[in-house]
Design a protein. Structure first.
Length: 127
């Protein structure tokens, strides 16, 4: 394979991923809220000058939530396609996926608060 063809395939794959990201962003209010929360955490982190490893933890925790939200959206769409009428198992699968997102969001919130609250309080009220 030549490098141009590999690059074209990669760029095409990026296009598909971008289309999927745009679709979930448009369709899912929770995804938009989670993106805003991550952006807010990163802005606060920059303001209080968190360390590099703390930034990495915030990004990883936020990315985990966003990835799970994408998976949750894909599974919901697939289940709606396969079983349009809400079957007991379909409802349970959707609930389990929502629980996975909730667990990740709670973990990300705990991580963000642990990292951001102490320096934010010190910045505003001093120690």
């Amino acid at each position: 394979m030549n490098h141009v063809r590999i690059l074209k395939r990669f760029m095409r794959s990026l296009g598909f991923a971008g289309r999927g990201l745009a679709a979930v962003f448009r369709a899912e209010a929770n995804f938009r809220i989670q993106c805003a929360a991550l952006a807010g955490a990163l802005i606060v982190g920059a303001y209080v000058r968190i360390r590099a490893w703390e930034l990495v933890m915030l990004v990883l925790a936020g990315a985990a939530v966003l990835v799970l939200e994408c998976i949750n959206s894909a599974v919901e769409r697939l289940l709606d396609l396969v079983q349009p009428r809400l079957h007991g198992y379909v409802r349970e699968i959707k609930d389990v996926m929502a629980a996975a997102v909730l667990i990740a969001a709670c973990g990300a919130t705990i991580i963000a608060c642990t990292i951001l609250v102490p320096p934010f309080v010190d910045t505003w009220w001093g120690s």
